[in-house]
Design a protein around this ligand. Structure first.
Ligand code: GLU
Length: 497
């Protein structure tokens, strides 16, 4: 049987980076096995629906290069892929459970349910719920006659359909990552499957769709593990075989304690969403994309948050990931979200970028092709984000207004003061102001005056940039041009004495 997996987000806001990792692991698993990756939008909870969230999810997957084989915009054999458009299907299957006696109608009002809960709490019942015991005191197919039930439905009385959870049944299933999970049915309540408005709950829609869409493996976040026993019961009620389950470990806070939240991003000054998101109130949440992370870096970073290749290898292209990935190598314990690691990957992928491509990116910032190409040569190996190729060298755009005092105290010494006018003299006659010509002029000229160039280079850097360290000085001199360099040295001589 060929592998079919799905990513099934609910469009309730921007996709959290943990959701992106879930999507990635599904995608990799599908690719590894030559199977299908399906996007299904689980939007049956209308009260939590957020405008633009579906589009955001699709754009995020697209940015990261996770194309889906079936889904809302691309179609497929099982259209529609948006659950809100599959209402009749769920109603049909809920009816099937009613007919087979695996589910029942319940007519209790909100007040009646609240009263039941209060009564159970007063009686100090551990886990007050609507279940095989308490259902016998409520208004439903168990306590009303067939005729009464039919009459209520005929009269349009609001009602839900609940799963008849068996009284005593052991639920056992093997999770690929967590191993055996054993739960007793007495701990599960008679979950609502179809709500009064005719919409399914998450549980019903999820199981019906996974079955109808031929999903072979359910790979999802650990927060869904408590729902899995109920899902197994639902598969049993329908008489269907359940897919394999794999519940992924949580993404943990940078300190390693507790689940990573949006607040952690604010506190730690890093994004927890793939792309920027603006909510209805205009509040903006930053995204990896807008922060300047390359898709390759985000993918590589996420791939190792919960999975390990079993080797020391850390750098993986998408293709390498597809080959190396396996559910067997997913860790049980949570993965600490370490943004420094993401930055390290970004650095790596910038270094690995083609110079011409990088220069094109930089050109969008400086609008000067020659400058962009030089900036890339100068800065490529020194930055974490592409924008830093420009922002880290402000002195290439504006002459320094002040000079680093500590460096000046140390390096602007008598030798430097003696050397500067000589350097100006050596640079002045150069016609073609290239790094090579500048270098040989200085390295041949200074020793003739008994000055070792190495002794005054930091002073020259200080004069030209205002700071004591930075990228290749010769290339910067070339980029600034002869007149500018000489003007800056003269200015420094005036300021620093
Ligand atoms: N709609 C659920 C979510 O938002 C899907 C959970 C699952 O994969 O079963 O995560």
């Amino acid at each position: 049987m060929s592998v079919r997996v799905r990513f099934a987000p609910s469009p309730t806001g921007p996709l959290h980076i943990g959701g992106v990792r879930t999507a990635l692991y599904n995608y990799l698993f599908a690719k590894k096995h030559g199977g299908e990756f399906i996007l299904r939008i689980e939007d049956t909870d209308q009260s939590r629906y957020v405008e633009g969230a579906e589009e955001y999810i699709i754009n995020s997957l697209q940015w990261l290069g996770m194309s889906f084989d079936e889904g809302p915009s691309v179609g497929g054999e099982h259209i529609p892929y948006r659950q809100s458009e599959r209402k009749e299907i769920y109603q049909k299957y809920a009816q099937q459970l009613i007919d087979s006696g695996k589910a029942y109608y319940a007519f209790d009002t909100a007040d009646e349910l609240a009263a039941m809960r209060a009564e159970l709490e007063a009686a100090k019942v551990d886990n007050p719920s609507y279940n095989s015991v308490t259902r016998m005191k409520m208004k439903n197919s168990f306590t009303l006659s067939k005729e009464e039930v039919a009459a209520k439905i005929e009269a349009g009385e609001p009602h839900v359909i609940r799963l008849t959870v068996p009284i005593k049944e052991e639920i056992r299933f093997k999770d690929t990552i967590r191993d055996w999970v054993v739960v007793h049915s007495s701990t599960i309540d008679d979950k609502v499957l179809l709500k009064a408005d005719g919409m399914p709950t998450y549980h019903l829609a999820n199981i019906v769709d996974d079955h109808l869409m031929g999903i072979t493996h359910v790979i999802r976040g650990e927060e869904w593990l408590p729902s899995a026993p109920l899902h197994i019961l639902l598969y049993r009620a329908f008489g269907w075989q359940h897919p394999e389950f794999a519940h992924l470990p949580l993404l943990l806070k940078p300190e390693g304690n507790g689940k990573l939240s949006k607040r952690d991003g604010l506190l730690g000054d890093f994004p927890v969403f793939p792309m920027e998101w603006k909510d209805a109130e205009g509040e903006v949440s930053r995204g990896f994309k807008e922060d300047g992370y390359l898709p390759e870096a985000v993918l590589n970073f996420l791939s190792l948050l919960g999975w390990n290749p079993g080797t020391e290898q850390e750098i993986f292209s998408m293709e390498e990931l597809q080959n190396a990935f396996s559910l067997a190598k997913i860790n049980k314990s949570g993965a600490r979200f370490d943004i420094q690691k993401a930055q390290w990957f970004n650095q790596h992928y910038i270094k690995a970028m083609d110079d011409a491509d990088l220069a094109e990116e930089v050109n969008t910032l400086v609008d000067n092709k020659e400058l962009a190409a030089n900036l890339v040569t100068l800065m490529k190996d020194r930055v974490t984000f592409i924008k830093e190729i420009v922002s880290e060298v402000p002195y290439l755009f504006d002459a320094p207004q002040k000079y680093d005092e500590a460096i000046a105290a140390k390096k602007w010494n008598d030798l430097a003061k003696q050397a500067m006018p000589i350097i100006i003299e050596l640079l002045n006659p150069i016609e073609d102001f290239t790094t090579e010509n500048i270098h040989s002029a200085i390295w041949e000229g200074l020793p003739e005056k008994e000055i070792k160039p190495g002794k005054v280079m930091q002073a020259l850097r200080l004069a030209v940039t205002g700071v004591g360290n930075g990228p290749d000085l010769m290339l910067m001199l070339q980029m600034l041009g002869k007149n500018e360099v000489i003007a800056r040295i003269e200015k420094a001589m005036g300021s620093l004495g």
